[in-house]
Design a protein around this ligand. Sequence first.
Ligand SMILES: [Zn+2]
Length: 458
Amino acid sequence: MEDVLRYIESHQEKFLAELQELLRIPSISADPAHREDVLRCSRFLADHLRGIGLSVEVFQTPGNPILFASTPMIPAAPTVLFYGHYDVQPVDPLDLWQSPPFAADIRNGNIYARGASDDKGPVFAHMKGVEAFLRTRGTLPLNFRFFIEGEEEVGSAHLDPFIAAHRELLRADVVVISDTTQFAPGVPAVTYGLRGLAYLEVSLQGPSHDLHSGSFGGTVPNPAGILVDVLSRFKDERGAIRIPGFYDKVLPIASWEREMYDSLPFHAEEYRALTGVRKLRTEEGFTPLECRWARPTLDINGLYGGYAGPGAKTIIPARAGAKVSMRLVPDQDPEEIAALFTRYVLSLCPQDVSVEIKNLHGGKPVLMDVNSPWMKAARTAISKGFGKAPVLTREGGSIPVVATFKEVLQLDSLMLGFGRPDDGAHSPNEKLCLDDFYRGILTSAHLIDELGRTTAES
Ligand SMILES: [Zn+2]
């Protein structure tokens, strides 16, 4: 590996300059005004992958393009499918950024930009791992395929149909993803479980239009008030979710998991400080880590209704609504949970308002076999790249495609986190530590080396 590692060592500056170029493209998938930037980003990566020596196909979808790139075919060698995304979250609130979100400023050993940690930096690290092999040896010990989409931050609407329609193209032995994080700075992690998601919107209609609260107050139902009543009945005082049947399929936390979580350097006080809340609020009977990884949740993500501008406006609003998401754990199913949620909300709503419930999106939770040969290779690669054995963690977030890989392609995903939990993904001042970027590249190279010597039976 010395030749490959030396290449990485001697090209750090070039890699960083290239990453800056990538991060300067504002590929915000949620904002139609950035559509051209999203396309530009896909072209940038396609050109870059071609430049490294991969053959690239760009698939147009009804949304943003999907990139597929392969290293020169090595028959009988394992095939690794790397999944990532080149789109990024919106940047608001803009005034909280210390440098413009697409300036890719370097300060205190970090690179600051929307997408630095989620997910352009980690995606790019793998590209550089592949480049290091191709430039030094002209070949890899396996078949490496990049499968990179541009709609992850808006729900990946066109990804599942694409996967279902391209099973042959995507045939592989294992999936690699770096869209999770280290457990803590200097504590690298392999993530073996993800929560799923059910996301719904409830909206209530009372009057046909906003009414004068003096002329009509006291005689008509107020959808904002009724909404608040309904929302207040989602959880009991112990933090348990009151939707009937909600917990029926929740797998208990295994004892090795409890021990692993308890052994992690988790400091509830530091974690609390990171959030800015006065006190953590957890489900009774579970530790914060258990609640975050292995227990389901229900959160109100947004509320609307009536007047919220400056000063007073005396109305009874016509409509009020809430966006509600539930993080799910194995073996909960998002469709089943959405149905249970809908039934429960309907049972709570009085007859004098009309109710509309939309199922906005969902994803299944997943758990991987932590003892598979692929997982062992991943653990070794991290140990070498970060100079430290990884811990085994779950993540509270969702990567719905991981469930799709499992279901449609029967593939396990190796989730190697390069960034840090405090990188500010989806928040102002998102960053990636430069050391993590370089360690990610080293890990990627070691992963190629390790997986190249792995078979499903080894
Ligand atoms: Zn991401």
